[in-house]
Design a protein around this ligand. Structure first.
Ligand code: ADP
Length: 178
C-alpha cells in the first residue's frame, strides 16, 4: 500500500463549514480507495475529550489529545480529517509541528454569516447568555496567518471548497492526480 499519511486540519468558527467540507472530502477520498479517518470536534468531545470544558486550558487540552491521536494515525499512512474550531494559534502550531505531515485548512466565513446560518442554534443561545465562552461571541478566534488552503464558504459552494482541498493534497503529493 502506497498511501502517505497526512492530517488535514479544518479550523474555523462554529457554522463556518468544517464538518460539511470534511465529509465532502471524506466521500471523495473513499471513492478513490484511500484510508480515511475523521475526528470531528463535536463527536470527540463526547468520548476522547469528554469532561473538558471551554476554558483556554481545556480547549488546548482538547486540541492536544486530538493531535495525539491524529499523529498516530497519520504516521501509519491514514489521511486524517480533523474538524475542530481550534481557536488558538499557538496550540495549532504545536500540533502542526509535532505531526509534520499536516495541512491546515482555514474554513473562513464572517461571524455574521455563521451566526445567520446558526446550524446548531448555538449562536442564539450564546447571545442570550445561555452559553459562556462561545467562540466569536465572548471568546476569541485567532485566524490562521498562512493557511495552506483558505475556503471562503460565504463566497464559494461546498463542492468548490472540497475541490480546493483535494487539489492541494494532489499538489503536495498526498494524493495521486486523477
Ligand atoms: P462547522 O462544522 O464549521 O460548525 P457545519 O459544516 O456544521 O459547520 O455547517 C456549515 C453550514 O454552512 C452548512 O449548513 C453548509 O451547508 C453551509 N455552507 C454553505 N456554503 C458552504 C461551503 N462552501 N462549504 C461548507 N459549508 C457551506
Amino acid at each position: 500500500m502506497q498511501q502517505r499519511g497526512v492530517t488535514v486540519w479544518f479550523t474555523g468558527l462554529s457554522g463556518a463549514g468544517k464538518t460539511t467540507i470534511s465529509r465532502g472530502v471524506e466521500k471523495q477520498l473513499r471513492s478513490r480507495g484511500c484510508l480515511v479517518e475523521i475526528l470531528d470536534g463535536d463527536i470527540v468531545r463526547q468520548n476522547l475529550t469528554k469532561g473538558l470544558g471551554f476554558s483556554k486550558e481545556d480547549r488546548d487540552e482538547n486540541i492536544r489529545r486530538i493531535g495525539f491521536v491524529s499523529h498516530l494515525l497519520t504516521r501509519n499512512g491514514v489521511i486524517v480529517l480533523v474538524s475542530a474550531i481550534s481557536p488558538y494559534r499557538e496550540i495549532r502550531e504545536e500540533v502542526r509541528n509535532r505531526i509534520g505531515d499536516f495541512v491546515q485548512v482555514f474554513v473562513n466565513a464572517p461571524l455574521k454569516v455563521c451566526e445567520d446560518r446558526d446550524v446548531k442554534g448555538l449562536y442564539k443561545k450564546a447571545r442570550a447568555g445561555e452559553i459562556k465562552n462561545f467562540t466569536g461571541i465572548d471568546d476569541p478566534y485567532q485566524e490562521p496567518e498562512n493557511p495552506d488552503v483558505n475556503c471562503h464558504t460565504d463566497l464559494e459552494s461546498e463542492p468548490q471548497s472540497v475541490a480546493k482541498v483535494l487539489e492541494y493534497l494532489e499538489a503536495k503529493g498526498y494524493l495521486p492526480k486523477v
